[in-house]
Design a binder for this molecule. Structure first.
Ligand SMILES: N[C@@H](CCC(=O)N[C@@H](CS)C(=O)NCC(=O)O)C(=O)O
Length: 368
């Protein structure tokens, strides 16, 4: 496939700026909150799209905003989806509102012993769902329907308005703020959790944390992995691990405070408050998680981020990751290691020309 980054002369990766930046709000002239009006198009492999899936689940919006999962393979024409069936069944409709949008639960995927797969083409995973709104088979069609002369990359996530048939927003940082804002709570009724991932009193801290985590960790792994010279790679990979050290220190200090508060043997109570900012789950955890959960299975080898692994070198980050994955179904059920591993290792043909997907690590995530 073509290079998924803006080309420069320095061999450095530059992420494209998102083009659609509207919001959903009762005061917006067009995009007002409603049930079943908006739709998310995501990739289970993509850390940016993953944020939106977790937030949607945490807010209790699975019955309000539908979900289409694109195929894990990204080719020259971008993301694709399965052909839509001529008739949409009730089962299909129910599936749209699962965390996975119809993809079989990830627990089954990750629990199959990878070594038992007889050959590489044995399909123990499901690859994609379809677009019930338009029957499109390419994500690019959503972009061109919204803006016929669109000429940038066709990225996930996409928040789509089924009424006006336009993209509302394609920037995950915005989309998770829209979902968190509470605009859908009324139409979600009893399913709304009213969880606030960006409480006012923590907002400044969350923003500050997000900004360096974005540049140095979330996007840092791409900058290392897509670098086109050893010098750029070495600088970027060193930078990532310096910032993982910083996160490790924050979490170690947090753990010590909580051990002091609850007693060091009271792990259950400690874990209930063991988050990056404050003593509650926030957007900062959601945004960091989608990179950390991919770290050992993907970035460590595929993007050459290999000073050490999370499980081997960062005990406090590892515990934080295990806590989110194993104790919160919104994190676990939206994490699909097969899609993650297959996407990166078979789409980035410049990095991995033979498309061989490494079997390990086993397990993809260690039980708590
Ligand atoms: N700023 C965007 C970035 C999204 C993004 O880069 N998505 C990648 C997948 S990880 C994508 O869809 N790439 C498709 C392509 O480059 O063709 C966001 O956070 O929403």
């Amino acid at each position: 496939m073509s290079r998924p980054w803006a080309e420069g002369t320095t061999g450095a990766f530059k992420r494209q700026v998102s083009s659609f930046r509207e919001v959903v709000s009762p005061t917006h002239p067009i995009y007002k909150p409603a049930k079943n009006r908006y739709w998310l198009y995501v990739s289970l492999a993509c850390p940016w799209a993953h944020r939106t899936m977790i937030t949607r689940a945490l807010k209790g919006l699975s019955s309000v905003i539908g979900l289409t999962v694109v195929h894990w393979h990204l080719d020259d024409k971008g993301w694709r989806m399965l052909p839509a069936p001529a008739e949409i069944t009730d089962d299909d409709k129910k599936n749209f509102h699962t965390f996975h949008g119809g993809i079989k639960p990830t627990e089954e995927d990750v629990s199959h012993p990878v070594g038992d797969v007889k050959n590489d083409s044995a399909r123990l995973w499901i690859d994609s769902t379809f677009d019930p709104n338009n029957g499109f088979e390419r994500l690019s069609e959503l972009y061109h329907k919204s803006q016929p002369d669109y000429s940038a990359r066709y990225t996930v996530p996409v928040l789509w308005d089924t009424e006006t048939k336009t993209i509302v927003n394609n920037e995950s940082a915005d989309i998770i703020r829209i979902l968190n804002s509470g605009v859908f709570d009324e139409v979600a009724g009893d399913e709304a959790t009213h969880l606030d991932l960006v409480p006012k009193e923590l907002e400044a801290q969350i923003d500050e944390f997000n900004s360096w985590v974005y540049d140095n960790i979330n996007n840092g792994v791409y900058k290392a992995g897509f670098s086109e010279s050893a010098a750029v790679y070495e600088k970027e990979v060193t930078n990532i691990f310096n910032h993982l050290d910083k996160v490790e220190k924050i979490l170690e200090e947090k753990y010590d405070v909580l051990a002091g508060k609850h007693g060091k043997d009271n792990k259950d109570k400690i874990l209930k408050e063991y988050f990056t900012i404050g003593h509650q789950l926030t957007e900062a955890d959601v945004r960091l998680y989608t990179t950390i959960v991919r770290f050992d299975p993907v970035y460590l080898q595929h993007f050459k981020c290999n000073f050490t692994s999370i499980r081997g070198g960062y005990p406090f980050i590892h515990l934080w990751l295990q806590n989110l994955y194993w104790n919160y179904k919104e994190f676990r059920f939206t994490t699909n290691f097969d899609h993650c591993k297959l996407h990166y290792t078979r789409s980035h043909t410049r990095i991995n020309p033979l498309g061989i997907t490494p079997f390990g690590p086993k397990p993809a995530i260690i039980p708590l």
